[in-house]
Write a protein that binds this ligand. Sequence first.
Ligand code: PLP
Length: 373
Amino acid sequence: MKRYRFLDLSIADAGERADIAEAVARVIDSGRFVGGEEVDRFEKRLASLTGTELAVGVSNGLDALRLSLRALMETGRLKKGDGVAVQANTYIASVLAITDSGLVPYLIDVDLHSMIPTAENLEEAARNGVKAFMPVHLYGRPAWNAELSDVARRYGLIVIEDNAQAIGATVVTCPEQRRVTTGAIGHIAAFSFYPTKNIGAIGDAGAVTTSDPQLAATVRALANYGSDRRYHNIYRGFNCRLDPIQAAVLSLRLQKLEVENERRRKVAGVYSRIINQPDVVKPEFYAGSVWHQYVITHPDRDRFRAWLGEMGVETDIHYAVPPHRQPCYADLPEKDLFPVTDRLASTMVSLPIGKSTSTDDAEEIAAIINQFE
Ligand SMILES: *Cc1c(COP(=O)(O)O)cnc(C)c1O
């Protein structure tokens, strides 16, 4: 029986191996092992493809979020204790960044079909005084639309994008009708290049994008001990710099962003076209999504998933236990305010869509799913 791996990140392609080896060798030969040209080049490429003025390479996605929030605090736009609205169905890193910064997460529930926050829930958070909104472009779909944008504008919310899963995704703004890439929607945005993301490093890596020079400079200083120039520390900073080896690999892989996202869109298209098992609910086919995950729901999820496993189809769940149900957030008071998030957590299944899944695989997997009774 054929096995369909959920994700296999090994680099089988000889050309890709050679390119990566060459990029790594370039760093070794340069003798520049922190910062330098490779990091500069990567930052320019990322800013250019995102459509922001600036990008700062950092150590990973969680640090990118933490640094973004700290920069907003150091520049006086947020202060300790301010509320940050964030969707309850996010990966825990979004919430960790908020609490680590001395800010207060205000979880908001999502819409069952789009799986992004509803404008109604954001508006309630805004009426209750949150100062910021962290849209998480989960599964590659922008958590942004005209209604959310309108609430953010009316309440003057600071917008910090968690763009760990959606590099290259786009939204069309209203009323300007301009196509904007995720990472250029809010005041500042965090990217992750964890190996499983649409563009992955060969280790940990992340970045921050913004068009605000003061924020970019503050993130850069904070990531380098809070130092704005040598032996001058204006902030109590961290060491969260991007490794030049990762930067060299990422510059290479960024060139394949369009190809990779198009492959994912095709696989998602196959699933959406062929899956017709009556109890399966497919995700909305949002045109600007880059399909980091293809997430379906089934009311009898555990039996469905076990059966798929027996049929050779590996699946995953993103995420089985939402942040408000995690032991580390046992002190968050409201446990039952997120019925949609809880319902999704018990019915979701992520199908294979990563680099090891071809459109042929997707056709076969969809046909298997349709046989489930
Ligand atoms: C992966 C991820 C992060 C964290 O990124 P790391 O590089 O793993 O630290 C943050 N938010 C979301 C939504 C993610 O998927």
